[in-house]
Design a protein. Structure first.
Length: 375
């Protein structure tokens, strides 16, 4: 019984001490400063928590990944691969010239162009064959205001392609199921619909919104200029040895073969692709808790390897998208500008690969090292 009384008295004494401390903090002349200090400490802890939370979620000790640009025209632009992992088809293989681009254009007044026009002079444009960009269902094959004759194809996943100013004789009908690369029509002869001459109006819509077709397809022959950054075969035995010594999750024959095939398809230097993995993911250390996931998308296409579409790709698919993005961003490079620096330059009109200002320096360093190793 005496023990219970003693414990009760001890509890009462603690309560009294706490009350005295509260009274002191609220009545002392230093109270405003004390409370201000406590609030400041709490805010600092809160800010640090928000800043470090992504690191704790997605990183492991000793690794650092630079995030890429979120602009529509840079790497996260959706869309270089079809759902089957292969490239979409350029609709008119015989014509690579884009005579009118996507977006605002001045035709005696600003007009928003919902697609691109493909043409190369009347004689080389009229009656040229048109092929389906991807497999799908024809939702319209007939007349449409302003475009004369059109074909609309629903490819699923809220993706639709539209082909306008066509010859009246078409090779598909509404309701037909078409395959990728199937002949569907020919470009109209003369003036078809509201136009100034024969051309194909090619339009892509995602979830009902027109998007730039050049984010999905590229004209024939579009590739890097021959030179330092065009395709050269990987020296796989040498690179295997280098990556194994680094304990890299990329250090496997099939992984390197996938990167090499993607680079060859797009005529891009595979050593450059590997250099980007060095800068983006430190060549994916096997000790990283997420190595098996990161190795499928070490280029952070679609924003990140960790979520969304970026988490669904194979290494070969993400390498292909990264290579296509390099091609896209390399265009319009001013004389005298470093090739790799231009890929992430803020004044690049086609977007930029990474926001980090030093990204290109690291990529160039790794590219030089790997190229020398590969001979």
């Amino acid at each position: 019984m005496s023990d219970a009384i003693a414990k009760t008295q001890e509890t009462i004494n603690k309560i009294k001490k706490t009350r005295r401390m509260i009274i002191l903090l609220t009545t002392s002349s230093l109270a405003p400063y004390i409370w201000g200090f406590i609030i400041l400490i709490a805010l600092v802890i809160l800010v640090i928590g928000f800043v470090l939370l992504p690191f704790f979620l997605f990183s492991t000790p000793g690794s650092l990944s630079y995030s890429s640009s979120t602009t529509d025209s840079a790497l996260y632009a959706p869309n270089q691969l079809d759902t089957d992992g292969t490239a979409y088809i350029w609709p008119v293989p015989s014509i690579s010239r884009v005579s009118s681009s996507f977006g605002n254009r001045d035709l005696g007044g600003i007009e928003y162009h919902k697609g691109i026009d493909i043409a190369n002079g009347a004689e080389k444009t009229e009656l040229q064959p048109i092929y389906a960009m991807a497999s799908g269902v024809v939702t319209l094959a007939g007349a449409a205001s302003g475009y004369g004759q059109v074909i609309y194809i629903d490819h699923g996943n809220n993706l639709v392609s539209k082909y306008g100013h066509l010859e009246a004789l078409m090779y598909v009908n509404t309701g037909d199921v078409v395959s990728k690369g199937q002949l569907i029509a020919r470009i109209g002869k003369g003036i078809v619909g509201r136009s100034t001459g024969p051309h194909l109006h090619f339009q892509i819509e995602s979830s009902g919104k027109p998007v730039n077709p050049l984010d999905y397809v590229q004209p024939p022959g579009t590739s890097l200029d021959p030179g330092e950054y065009s395709y050269k075969p990987l020296n796989i035995p040498v690179l295997l040895d280098y990556l194994k010594k680094r304990k890299s999750a990329l250090g496997y024959v099939e992984t390197l073969n996938m990167i090499d095939r993607a680079a060859k398809l797009k005529n891009v230097d595979p050593y450059l692709l590997l250099a980007i993995t060095g800068q983006e993911q430190s060549f994916v250390p096997e000790s990283n808790n997420h190595a098996s996931e990161i190795v499928k998308n070490p280029w952070n296409v679609f924003g990140c390897w960790c979520k969304g579409k970026g988490a669904t790709l194979t290494t070969e698919q993400s390498a292909t998208i990264a290579a296509q993005t390099i091609i896209k961003l390399s265009q319009d490079r001013p004389n005298g500008r470093d090739f790799i620096e231009w890929l992430s330059a803020m004044d690049n009109p086609r977007g930029y690969y990474a926001e980090h200002r030093g990204w290109w320096i690291g990529v160039r360093k790794f590219h030089k090292l790997l190229s020398e190793l590969g001979g």
